[in-house]
Design a protein around this ligand. Structure first.
Ligand code: HEC
Ligand code: HEC
Length: 300
């Protein structure tokens, strides 16, 4: 703060405290001339109201005195009186740095505790999960949602439902996060006719008991040979390829006939970015533990 502004603030404070303080002290001892009838002699409303003489009540005097002492005491101890730093030397930056140091020490202890532990064990550590949740909100929520329930528009799967494209043990989840994933569903719009795609879509819908046209579904069944290499003869998928299970009623891109048809015609390509280099192995492991915990909560 420059000398001028410091002086300016000091003058304002002196006026703001000085004037009320003077009035406060003066009011205790001033002699108010009193009329024989016990009033000051001031009248209002044509004599209907007369001004009496009363000292300030003691409780009010005490509270005000405490207020003055506290206010002046504050200005002596803490910064506030212009550029004067206060005798305690307190600064907001200092307090921030101190809090940060305490937090860093606490987090370092936590990281020491979880180092080298498997994902499943860390998932049982509430303090680790709190740190991991912050990481998730900062890095993952944009695609998977704040509550990790996924986003169809991006093909980002729900991470809480126990249904996995690539496997749900600690190792598989960690690999998904560290290396990223990219599942490619090839487009069949070039090799299959519109009618064939519609038949296939009805067959796929029938696998999970979705509403479908059973005649078309029957015709679609023979075309499913195109799909068997990745989704398996029973349509239950393949975690090595990230080919989803088509029989469980869980959909990345939607399970209506129209949505399934679009998936078959145009293909899909969900991209999970790789986080290993960006976040480091330790943070990735904490995140894997958080994801693991979300899908293994009691009662699921
Ligand atoms: C840019 C969007 C995006 C971001 C950001 C993102 N993900 Fe993903 N994630 C995806 C998509 C899309 C998939 C599905 C990939 C596929 O279809 O092959 C996926 C898949 C996954 C899987 C595998 C799920 C399964 O069923 O096997 C896990 C685990 C996962 N993400 C965790 C995370 C975590 C943890 C973060 C934060 C570090 C994160 N993701 C950030 C888009 C994203
Ligand atoms: C080369 C392997 C491969 C072949 C062949 C393939 N798929 Fe896929 N399919 C995938 C993968 C991988 C995904 C997940 C795409 C993603 O993660 O974005 C997928 C996704 C889908 C989905 C979306 C599921 C959802 O949850 O929304 C449907 C439906 C589907 N495939 C149906 C078919 C049908 C029908 C065929 C045969 C015509 C077929 N697939 C052939 C690999 C394949």
């Amino acid at each position: 703060m420059s000398g001028f502004w410091s002086a300016w603030v000091i003058v304002l404070i002196l006026i703001n405290i000085g004037v009320p303080l003077f009035l406060f002290l003066w009011a205790q001892r001033v002699d108010i001339p009193t009329q024989p009838d016990g009033t000051t002699g001031h009248v209002w409303a044509h004599g209907a109201l007369r001004e009496g003489v009363r000292r300030l009540p003691t409780w009010w005097v005490v509270i005000s005195a405490v207020g003055f002492v506290a206010g002046i005491g504050y200005l002596v101890l803490y910064p506030g009186f212009g550029a004067f730093k206060g005798v305690l030397g307190w600064t907001s930056q200092g307090e921030l740095a101190q809090t940060r140091e305490i937090n860093q020490a606490r987090e370092a202890a936590l990281r020491e505790r979880v180092r080298g532990k498997p994902v499943e064990a860390i998932a049982a550590d509430p303090e680790a999960l709190r740190v991991a949740e912050v990481l998730f909100v900062d890095n993952c929520a944009a695609c998977h949602g704040r509550d990790a329930q996924g986003n169809r528009a991006l093909g980002a799967p729900n991470l809480t439902d126990g249904d996995w494209l690539y496997g749900g043990d600690g190792k598989a989840i960690l690999a998904s996060i560290v290396d990223g994933r990219g599942g490619t569903m090839p487009p069949f719009g070039g090799s299959l006719s519109g009618a064939e795609i519609l038949e296939l879509a009805n067959y796929v819908a029938s696998l999970s008991g979705k509403p479908h046209d059973s005649l078309r579904a029957q015709l679609g069944k023979r075309l499913f040979t195109n799909c068997v290499p990745c989704h398996g003869a029973d349509g239950k998928g393949n975690t090595a390829l990230g080919a989803p299970n088509l029989t469980d009623g869980v959909w990345l891109y939607g399970g209506t006939i129209a949505e399934i048809s679009e998936t078959i015609r145009l293909g899909r390509h969900g991209m999970m970015p790789a986080w290993g280099a960006r976040l480091g192995q330790e943070n990735a492991t904490l995140l894997a533990a958080w994801v693991y915990a979300q899908s293994h909560r009691t009662g699921r």
